[in-house]
Design a protein around this ligand. Structure first.
Ligand code: HEM
Length: 400
């Protein structure tokens, strides 16, 4: 079966394509992208945990040894962020970085944020309440997680407006079809963001505060510490990963509720369903649709032979709608109990921020539904952005 991950039709609603792909060719090689796509829950879930795959293969074999040209020096500042980030490392380097960060980014630190997150949500809604209308994305679901992660890290309030544009320029590189202009913007954002964080971290080393940047700058485990480059890469990762998906779970999730008024009504009259509802909204419209893996060694999988250096595209959105794993997979059911969705990934790279994301989402939905129970879509059907990996709306105007 042929499909084009860049076609607008696919990007706006990939789910009917996923159903066809899963049936026709659950393991599919795409020549243009030189990627093996996987669409079943079983495959994506299994391969996320398969140690013969990795988010990078630089620890096994260099680009030179793979016969690839040297990387362009132009993009060095952007690449440097990845080279020192747990996100683009594999064990043992990944294990070392992740456990240093985990030591200070604890469930307790997250739970302590509950009041602050609630306050931020209240303040955002106070601002728009008199207007009787808002854009959920611009007025609520974007500033909420950006402010939370900014506060958690210790970015001063007057600088927080810088975070979202830097982050957006950097994550644009995760799309399959980024342009040279986007690459240049990502390089500039990487330089500016890194310089900013270097200064902030230096300041915190001299004047420690009760924030995550200070904790990361001072963290020590068995005599080991984060280097300055690792500290910067970790902060950038936490800032980017810490809000890009959360923004869209609120947007995509509310839209799904608008499309299913009976489920919306059920949730409003049973707020205790909020936890299962959030898991279901994350499954039903997956905010991060695709993650790639490199084949680290020649391997067999389900009768296919894969060579070292090949790339896999794990389609999370397809896996989350697989009828072989989810009853009525294409239906939204906010009471769904058996819901092992993989929107937070699996294996060694499982989302480090999942407890924070869940807390933010719980407060966001609870506060919105309690304060604006009569919320309605304003205008016509909202549009999705023409991107694939990060799935989200351009805007979500509502009245209340
Ligand atoms: C609904 C919101 C979120 C979703 C859907 C999400 C999803 C994911 C996924 C799928 C991965 C694994 C990627 C892979 O396997 O290749 C991941 C990794 C990660 N996430 Fe999240 N995330 C969310 C929120 C957050 C938040 C709030 C933070 C932190 C403040 C965070 C921090 C991270 C980090 C640091 C990693 C890298 C972990 C590693 O490489 O070991 N995420 N996230």
């Amino acid at each position: 079966m042929q499909f084009d991950p860049l076609s607008l039709d696919f990007q706006l609603n990939p789910y009917p394509y996923y159903d066809q792909l899963r049936q026709a060719s659950p393991i599919l090689y795409h020549q243009d992208w030189d990627l093996w796509f996987f669409t079943t829950f079983d495959d994506v879930n299994t391969l996320l945990r398969d140690r013969r795959l990795g988010r990078t293969m630089d620890h096994i074999i260099s680009r030179e040894e793979r016969g690839l040209p040297p990387p362009s020096p132009e993009y060095a500042p952007f690449r440097k962020l990845g080279e020192h980030s747990m996100f683009d490392k594999e064990p043992p380097d990944h294990t070392r970085l992740r456990s240093l960060v985990h030591k200070v980014f604890t469930p307790r630190r997250v739970e302590n944020l509950r009041q602050q997150i609630q306050q931020i949500a209240n303040d955002l809604l106070d601002k728009v309440q008199p207007n009787g209308e808002m854009d959920i994305l611009e007025d609520f679901s974007t500033p909420l997680p950006v402010t939370v992660i900014g506060e958690l890290l210790g970015v001063p309030p007057e600088d927080r407006h810088l975070l979202r544009p830097w982050s957006q320029d950097i994550v644009a590189m995760y799309e399959l079809n980024h342009t040279p202009e986007q690459a240049q913007r990502a390089v500039k954002a990487a330089i500016d963001f890194s310089d900013y964080l270097r200064q902030l971290a230096n300041n915190r080393r001299q004047h420690p505060q009760d924030d995550l940047i200070t904790a990361l700058a001072l963290v020590e485990e068995a005599g080991d510490q984060l280097s300055e480059d690792e500290l910067i890469s970790t902060c950038v990762l936490l800032l980017n990963a810490g809000h890009e998906a959360t923004v869209n779970v609120v947007g995509n999730g509310l839209l799904a509720l608008f499309h299913h008024p009976e489920q919306f009504a059920l949730l409003k009259s049973n707020p205790q369903l909020i936890k299962t509802a959030i898991e279901e909204l994350m499954r039903y419209d997956t905010p991060l649709q695709l993650f790639r893996r490199w084949v680290l060694e020649d391997m067999e999988y389900k009768g296919h032979h894969f060579k070292q250096g090949m790339q896999f595209g794990l389609m999370f959105g397809a896996a989350n709608r697989d009828p072989a794993r989810f009853v009525n997979a294409n239906s939204l059911d906010i009471t769904r109990e058996d819901n092992p969705h993989i929107s937070f990934g699996g294996g060694v790279h499982y989302c480090l921020g999942a407890p924070l994301a869940r807390l933010e989402l719980e407060i966001a939905f609870e506060t919105l539904l309690r304060r604006m129970p009569n919320m309605q879509l304003k205008g016509g059907e909202p549009e999705f952005r023409p991107t694939y990996v990060i799935r989200g709306l351009k805007a979500l105007p509502v009245t209340f």
